[in-house]
Design a protein. Structure first.
Length: 456
């Protein structure tokens, strides 16, 4: 089967029409669960692709802007900006309406602009859908994070780590950029939101604003039942919170953050009679962005917050946001942040890997857990039940180390890769899901266990 597939791929490659020399670009291949269905070179820098994946029921569009030097500097590797459109938009929007090609001209930067909605309708809110507990397609986070990022790194000469990746988006795409950055801080060094919705769960005001918008997107634009995306607030608030940038804000402590928002009043790019809908939407996202910013400040997390006053929810402002932010983004790429000396991360998933630390929780109910201050000298774990922890390769292989886990001390040998594996008890497992009725975490007890690691 593998040999036949390889032969078929070689035949398809041989029969593919060659691009003219002036428009010749990289040859894209299948990887990471993505199959390349079509490739069109639109100009010397811009490529339009259609891809297929089991994560989505229909093909998705991806547009890629290459730097002008890509073909002539064959040994150079480039950083990547992942750039998301908004509700009822498509992969082409940033180049047809947002000036992305002009703004990035002369920059040593790859820009990847994928669909976040099927057929340019509504949107998926950048999550694997709940679908009344059945899950399954569409799985937007699987597509964007699990497949597209490694596919891009496989096909293009990228800098394939967080120091070479930034993520940005407008409106719904602004939620996407901040949600992905908060859930995967080891993938993206810089995150930007242009008139985004980065608070959908943490604050009561945000819930009042975000819930009807997302439900309306589901029913009237995606043509699916309400609560298909995240589930009902009454029973699945934990899922809303697990994707909410404001709830997960502490995960962003080592990320360069930029937020741009108007207040909905008429601004310099609005017609004499502004669009009322665009004004109201911008007033709403202004509130959501402000709530997110307030949370960052309360946590002592630095960010750039451009609350520019007059401006509605429309393309001239987002194009300006990109023009004004591209310089700082390139500066961040030129002077990347160091890897955090200590890792702190909160998630509701039962298992996760972050900056090389692998955590597998053993518990009966869905709830948040936190790995705090993790380094070669130890860490703190918060949650209930217990967890199996595998460290990054921080230690000398085959050497023994002393682990003090709460009141207990034991000896553990590092594996051949220099990792330590340990079982960390927390306390009796909670039996009630955190946020069971869209309220405080009733029935959720958080236990804390401290672990120290030293030479044996």
């Amino acid at each position: 089967m593998i040999q036949r597939a390889a032969v078929a791929a070689l035949v398809a490659l041989a029969l593919a029409p060659a691009l003219p020399a002036a428009a010749a670009g990289p040859r894209f291949h299948d990887a990471a669960g993505i199959r390349v269905a079509s490739v069109r070179s639109l100009d010397s820098r811009l490529i339009a692709l259609t891809v297929e994946t089991s994560a989505l029921a229909t093909p998705a569009n991806v547009r890629i802007l290459l730097p002008a030097t890509y073909a002539s500097h064959r040994k150079r590797h480039y950083p990547v900006l992942y750039l998301f459109h908004g509700t009822s938009g498509g992969a082409a929007d940033w180049t047809t309406m947002g000036g992305a090609e002009q703004t990035t001209a002369g920059k040593n930067l790859i820009v990847v602009m994928p669909d976040i909605a099927i057929g340019d309708g509504g949107g998926g809110w950048c999550t694997d859908w709940y679908n009344a507990g059945a899950h399954g397609q569409p799985e937007w986070e699987t597509f964007h994070i699990g497949q597209l990022v490694p596919w891009v790194d496989s096909n293009l000469r990228t800098i394939p780590d967080r120091t070479g990746r930034a993520i940005a988006g407008l409106s719904q795409g602004g939620f996407c950029s901040m949600s992905y950055a908060a859930r995967h801080p080891d993938l993206f060094e810089t995150a930007l939101s242009f008139s985004g919705a980065p608070d959908t769960a943490y604050d009561a005001q945000a819930q009042v604003l975000a819930t009807p918008i997302i439900n309306a997107t589901e029913v009237f634009l995606d043509h699916v039942p309400a609560d298909s995306i995240f589930g009902s607030r009454l029973s699945e608030e934990i899922n809303w919170a697990a994707h909410d940038p404001t709830t997960l804000a502490n995960n962003l402590r080592d990320t360069n953050l930029f937020m741009y928002t108007g207040n909905g009043a008429a601004g310099p790019y609005d017609p004499p009679i502004p669009n009322l809908g665009a004004a109201l939407i911008e007033a709403g996202v202004h509130q959501l962005t402000t709530l997110f910013h307030d949370r960052l400040q309360a946590l002592g997390i630095r960010s750039t917050f451009d609350d520019y006053g007059g401006g509605t929810h429309s393309w001239p402002y987002w194009a300006r946001d990109l023009r004004e932010s591209i310089g700082p983004v390139m500066a961040d790429f030129a002077n990347p942040l160091p890897a955090p000396s200590q890792v702190t991360y909160t998630a509701a998933e039962p298992s996760y890997t972050i900056f090389g630390w692998h955590v597998a929780m053993h518990r009966a109910a869905e709830e948040f857990s936190t790995l705090e201050g993790a380094s070669a000298s130890g860490f703190t774990l918060k949650g209930s039940g217990s967890a199996t922890i595998v460290t990054p390769p921080l230690f000398r292989h085959r050497h023994r180390y002393t682990l003090t886990i709460g009141p207990h001390t034991l000896s553990e040998r590092a594996d051949r890769r220099g990792r330590l594996t340990m079982l960390v008890p927390l306390g009796p497992t909670d039996t009630v899901q955190e946020y069971p009725l869209d309220g405080p975490p009733l029935g959720t007890t958080v236990y804390t266990t401290h672990v120290t690691i030293g030479a044996a």
